[in-house]
Design a protein around this ligand. Sequence first.
Ligand code: PMP
Length: 449
Amino acid sequence: MRKSHLIKPVLGNDYPVISHGKGIYLYDKDGKQYIDGSSGAITANIGHGVEEIAEAMWNQAKHVSFVYRSQFTNEAAERLAEKLAEYAPGDLNSVFFVNSGSEATETALKIAIQYFQEQGIHTKNKVLSRWTSYHGITLGALSMSGHPLRRQRFSSLLEDFPVAPAPYCYQCPLKDTYPGCGVRCADELETIIQAIGPEQIAAFIVEPVIGASGGAIVPPDEYYTKIRSICTKFNILMIADEVMTGMGRTGKMFAMEHWDVIPDIITLGKGMSAGYTPMAATIISDRVMKEIENGSKIIMGGHTFSANPQSAAACLAVIQFMERNSLIENTETIGEYLLNSLQRLQWKHSIIGDIRGKGLLCGVEFVKDPITREPFEISSKVTERLLSICFEKGLLVYPAVGGVTGFSGDSILVSPPLIITKEQVNDIIDILDHAVGELTSLLITEGLY
Ligand code: PMP
């Protein structure tokens, strides 16, 4: 093959060239089929190769593909914003479009700070977050991310925003046990706010179900109600980062609906365009917008491609596809089936410590000892090796590691497109079963287990 000029995630590694995709499958140039068990990066929610999305983009492109947001609005972006506002809970009625999840969370950070500035409050400049979290790779978003692995190289440029413990019952950061703990991890936020001073804090950001840094960590049921009331008590905005969990991934349009909790700002990305185009959004409540409307009237953010008509047309077509095929309802039932099937794998393989998730955002955590929950050594590269065995066998799963200080955190996400059938789930389970078996044998042979 001739020299590649494209920089790859890991230099020197071989990446097969993809030829095409259809439904839950991807095919490389050599004809090998892969089951997309992770929807790429939990993105391809409606599966690959849906022609009507391409048609919607083409129809828009025939009229106009690009207009600059400071000069014009456009019908596709207007209709998409209206649609998202219809679905969003409470008074979350205004939408700001950006191009990636990182930009969406960074915009949320800036809007939270601006909300207080508009009221003449200039001290609220911190946005708190949790350890074991990921909110994006740009510097503001990374400042909020409690992901040591991704922070370490740029730590001198980052704000120390992650402070609160994650509601991670399987490896509780407070070394406590639910329900006896009384969900102390939520109370801890109040203690931290009081120590820092609520007058310095603009917002608290959470992933409703922790994804990339922890592997589908679902908090106890009481957790978000507690968090919401602590935020309200101290006049701190609550931001739900639904970049991964939004757009039906967990069996509801927005994951926060599982707990009937209404945040002040929601971010979306990934599944919003289902990967057909780069598009993301920050949805803002009337309460927050009112201050901006009555104040400076300008959000100091936005990008050249914000509210791009062709991207908006793609996202609208994705939502229409989801509605017509009842994908959110499908996600609830098939998600339960996937979780139960993964649980059956756990009985068979002792390196599987925990199975968790909501809808089709499912996580599998691997441990050396299922009784003590002792993790594998980082050097055992358990997640990395499992990923490559699965890849070899034609199954894509997503690594969710590196979120916890001093803990290797070997977890994967199993999150196929929301169109998946039970038979296709069985195929995923079958491959995973063989892959975990193979990995266990390797670890035993090498004396690592
Ligand atoms: N927030 C969450 C919850 C995410 O999972 C991600 C991506 N994994 C991001 C933000 C960043 O999104 P992007 O990669 O599109 O910048």
